[in-house]
Design a binder for this molecule. Structure first.
Ligand code: 2AL
Length: 258
């Protein structure tokens, strides 16, 4: 299967980290294509960054449809554009926050999230509410590191994340930790070893869930709110999206899905 992993920020080195983590965990028959939008923020750390990045995610899904992707992963912990992306395809689209919540709830009754900056914690809180995981999560914590510090040496990012994970372990009465950033995809094992608790990381969880959905012969439902958007005129910089019909967007591999 062709799994298109979209890093919603435009930092190519982070896309490479995410793509490598996805490839390490993917089944032998899964081909990982990791991309990032051509336009948008270099990191996503605010509601503003997230709103802009969602447009880039949707452009990547439209390009994935032309290339015949079997499934998509949105690899930012705010799951930007997730519902809109599902409208554009019959393939499954999995957000890394929702994947991590599902996976953590399967192996623990309570978990805490350790994310990058405190100000992005509210985005995770909103997603916990929206997805129905509020009662599974004890606390959303932040290591107070900017996202791009994960890409650079000498920032002490790993050490600060490990310190915060240890505090979560000692103070939150939890069974597992969820890592709250796509850029942490390569840190899972180190953190898990240092902390001694199961650590769930969204990119890898999402890859396995995407494979499971495809293996089950399932795809995004086209009944109800996730049906293809109604064709209409778009103006200005979005004119190229005008009057797209479902056929324009249809992924031939999913033709038979009801
Ligand atoms: C993220 C993420 O996963 N990628 C990014 O640029 N910002 N979210 C976060 N909470 O750090």
């Amino acid at each position: 299967m062709h799994l298109h992993v979209i890093n919603p920020n435009t930092t190519a080195s982070m896309t490479a980290t995410i793509g490598e983590a996805a490839r390490r965990i993917a089944a032998p028959g899964t081909e990982i294509v990791a991309t990032q939008p051509a336009h948008g923020p270099v990191s996503i750390e605010s509601h503003f960054d997230e709103a802009i990045s969602a447009v880039g995610v949707l452009e990547e899904v439209l390009s994935g449809e032309r290339e015949g992707a079997d499934a998509y992963v949105i690899a930012c912990f705010g799951d930007p554009g997730l519902m809109a992306a599902r409208e554009l395809t019959r393939a499954p689209v999995i957000g890394i926050a929702e994947a991590a919540f599902h996976m953590a709830a399967l192996i623990s009754t309570r978990f805490s999230i350790v994310t990058t900056l405190g100000r992005t914690g509210i985005i995770a809180e909103h997603l916990l509410e929206q997805y129905g995981f509020r009662h599974h999560c004890r606390r959303v914590r932040a290591a107070e590191i900017p996202v791009l510090d994960l890409e650079e040496n000498g920032t002490m990012a790993l050490e600060r994340i490990i310190d915060e994970c240890r505090r979560a372990r000692d103070e939150d009465n939890i069974g597992a930790i969820v890592l709250g950033c796509g850029g942490m995809a390569d840190l899972t094992e180190k953190i898990s070893q240092a902390v001694g608790l199961p650590v769930v990381e969204g990119v890898t969880a999402a890859v396995k869930l995407a494979e499971a959905v495809v293996d089950l012969g399932l795809g995004t439902s086209k009944h109800g709110d996730l049906a293809f958007p109604r064709p209409k005129a778009f103006t200005g910089q979005f004119e190229h999206l005008s009057d797209m019909t479902p056929t324009d967007r249809k992924n031939p591999k999913h033709k038979s899905a009801p």
